[in-house]
Design a binder for this molecule. Sequence first.
Ligand code: SDX
Length: 431
Amino acid sequence: MPETVTLVDNTTGKSHDFPVSSGTLGPKVIDIRSLYAETGMFTYDPGFTSTASCDSSITYIDGDEGVLLHRGYAIEDLASNCSFLEVAYLLLEGELPDNAQMETFEKTITYHTMLHEQLMGFYRGFRRDAHPMAIMCGVVGALSAFYHDSTDITDQKQRLIASHRMIAKMPTLAAMAYKYSIGQPFMYPRNDLNYAENFLHMTFAVPAEDYKINPVLAKAMDRIFILHADHEQNASTSTVRLAGSSGANPFACIAAGIASLWGPAHGGANEAVLKMLAEIGHVDNVGEFINRAKDRDDPFRLMGFGHRVYKHYDPRATVMRESCHEVLGELGIENDPLLALAMELERIALEDEYFVEKKLYPNVDFYSGIILKAMGFPTSMFTVLFAVARTVGWVAQWNEMIEDPMQKIGRPRQLYSGAVQRDFTALKDRG
Ligand code: SDX
C-alpha cells in the first residue's frame, strides 16, 4: 500500500490523497504535483522553507545534527583528506576519483585555466573601483560570447566541456578582477601549480619577481574552497537551477548564481562579517551590538550567525575555525584583534538565551572572512572566493537538473492580492 497523506477541503467536504515519497536520508516529501488540478488551489511557501524543489543526490544537510554530506561523504572527512579538485570530481561524477581519473581530471582543469585573450579587454570597460562581484557577474555572463562550442545544453559532451571550463576559469577571472581593482597587471595561470596555488599565484604574484607559495596558506585556500563547494538547494544554487530550467546556456546560469550569491544574507555575509566586526570595533562594544541584534525594531543582524537549515553548529564553521587558527599561527598574528573580537562575540552569543532559543550559531561565513583578511584578500574579494568555490556545486547541480527526466521549466505561481478587474479611464479624463 503506497504511503499517502489526505487533504480534506472543509469548504467542499472533498478529500484528496497525495503520495508520500522517501529519499535515502532526510524528511519525506508530499508529492503535490496534482494539487492544483485536483483542488484548484496552490500551496503558499514564501522562501520555500517547506518545499523540496527537486530530487537530488549530490549534497545532504541535517540542520539539527549539523551534518553535511557530499555524495555520502562527511564534509569533515573531505576537508581533512581531499584536495578541492578531488571534491569537485566527486560532486560532478558522484564517486571519488581513482588515481588515473584524478590525474586526467586535474590535467583537464589545468589546461582550461587560460582565458580568451580578448576577455582582458572586457575588464578594461569597468571602473577601477568597480566591486569585484559586479565584474564577475559581467565577465562570467560574457563567457557565453566566447565559448560557443560549449553552449548546446542538449549535447552531453558540450555540457562537460562547459563544466570543466567554468571550474577552471573561475580562479583566473577572480584573480583578474582583483588585479584590475588594484591596477596591477594580470598574471597568467601556471600549469605547474595546483588549483589553490595557481589562484594565489594569479592573485598575489607580480611580473617583477618570483612569488613563493606558502604551503600552509595554499592548503588553507584549498580547504576554504572545499568548505564552500556545494550546499544543497541554497539561494544561489536554486537560482542556477531556475535559470537552467529555461534552457539558458551554462555560463549565463552561473552568472545568475553569482548575482544571487552576492546578497549579504547569502554569500555576501563573509564580507558583511568583517564590516560588522569593524563597526563593533572593540570587545567592550559587543554587548551593545548583541542587544541590537535581539531588537526586532533594529534591522541590525549578527552577520555570520544563523542559517535557514543549520539549527545547530554549521559543520563547516568548525573546520573553518581550525583553519583560522592555523593560518593566523603561520602568519604570526595569533593575537589578531579581529579574531579576539570574533571569539568574544561567538562566546557571548552562544551563551545568550536569545541566540540559544532561536538556534543561531556561527555559520561558514563567520570565520572565513578573518582567514581571508589575514591571507591578504580585501573584503570586497571574499564573496568572489565563495563564488569560485561554489561554481563546482552550481555546475554539478546544473548538470543534475538538465539530466533529470522529471525536470521542467521552473514556473511558480502566486497568491494574488492585487486589484480586482476595474474599468479603464483614459489619461485625458483623469484630471
Ligand atoms: C550562507 O542556504 C545556505 O545553505 C546558505 C549557505 C551556503 O553555503 O549556500 O550556507 C551560505 O548564506 C550562510 C548564511 C550567511 N548569512 C548570514 O550570516 C547573514 C545573517 N544571518 C541571517 O540573515 C539569517 O540567519 C539567515 C538569512 C541566514 C537565515 O534566515 P532564516 O532562516 O530565514 O531565519 P529568519 O530570518 O526567519 O530568522 C529567524 C529568527 C528571526 O527572529 P524572529 O523574526 O523569529 O523574531 O532569527 C532571527 C530573525 O530575526 N535571526 C537573527 C539572525 N538570523 C536570524 N537575529 C540576529 N542575528 C542573526 N544573524
